[in-house]
Design a protein. Structure first.
Length: 277
């Protein structure tokens, strides 16, 4: 542990979260502390971006202060990319709009790798509000890159047919696909991001897609159930899931810190055999 705490000693890392976060922000702070970085938190209300300063002006100031890494979450898709265009250091996307959540996907992939010893040829189902989910988008990319087969499950308003593609199928009937999965990833219904017309009633959603005791019994004995959190009890899952040996939520949360430690380490010191600018 002492060696770990010196890996990023003296490296300033600024956490700039414009959206509320518990798991991701805490996980990044713990990761930064464990590798010895100077972890800084800038509440959005105290950022000069709210006073009319441009992104370019803000990141110029931060870089001049010696900040090497920005960790940011924002409600607008593409915000981290805009920061990266103006910032001379590294930018980590901790979730942007409906676009991407890369480190969540990395910890989900690690959960699967620890469970099955591989990602290739696994059949992973993702169920719920996929249209508005940055977690789903990042996981689809990662799972397909590593050779998994993905089935997306949900109602048409939350899962358009256009999301099907190479190695990615769309299924409307959760019960039909459950026995064939190695892993099922539940997603929260994001009421804060959904226009009223596209949101099915929560009762209708629960009837079609909630994981309850009956549906849990349809899973293969080796299958696991995942959730990025936070979860809505009674909507996408019931209390029957929590004592199940298939439930891996706590594993995912636990893996978040070492995964983010590894990301920080790779940005500053590089991955063996690769060059990080």
């Amino acid at each position: 542990m002492p060696e770990l705490r010196s890996r990023l000693a003296g490296v300033p890392v600024l956490n700039l979260f414009f959206e509320p976060s518990t798991r991701t922000s805490t996980s990044f702070l713990l990761a930064e502390q464990r590798v010895g970085a100077d972890a800084l938190v800038l509440p959005p209300g105290e950022s000069s971006l709210g006073k009319g300063e441009t992104i370019a002006d803000t990141v110029l100031t931060l870089a001049a202060m010696g900040v090497r890494i920005l960790v940011t979450r924002h409600q607008a898709s593409g915000f981290p990319a805009r920061l990266a265009e103006a910032f001379s250091g590294h930018v980590i996307n901790a979730g942007d709009g409906q676009h991407a959540h890369p480190t969540q996907a990395l910890l989900d992939l690690l959960t699967l790798r620890r469970e099955f010893g591989r990602i290739a040829d696994l059949h992973v189902g993702i169920v719920g509000d996929i249209l508005h989910s940055r977690v789903a988008r990042s996981n689809i990319v990662g799972l397909r890159m590593l050779g998994a087969r993905v089935t997306l499950i949900g109602p048409p308003t939350l899962l358009p047919e256009t999301m099907a593609g190479d190695g990615v199928a769309v299924e409307r009937r959760l019960d039909a696909v459950l026995p064939h999965l190695d892993a099922l990833m539940l997603l929260r219904v994001q009421r804060e991001r959904i226009a009223g017309a596209s949101l099915p009633s929560l009762d209708d959603y629960a009837r079609g897609y909630r994981l309850d005791a009956h549906r849990l019994a349809l899973l293969a004995p080796h299958a696991i159930v995942m959730h990025p959190g936070p979860y809505n009890r009674g909507v996408e899952l019931t209390e029957a899931l929590f004592p199940s040996p298939a439930w891996r939520y706590a594993h995912q949360v636990r893996y978040g810190v070492p995964v983010r430690m590894a990301v920080l380490e790779a940005l500053i010191h590089g991955i063996p055999g690769e060059v990080v600018q």
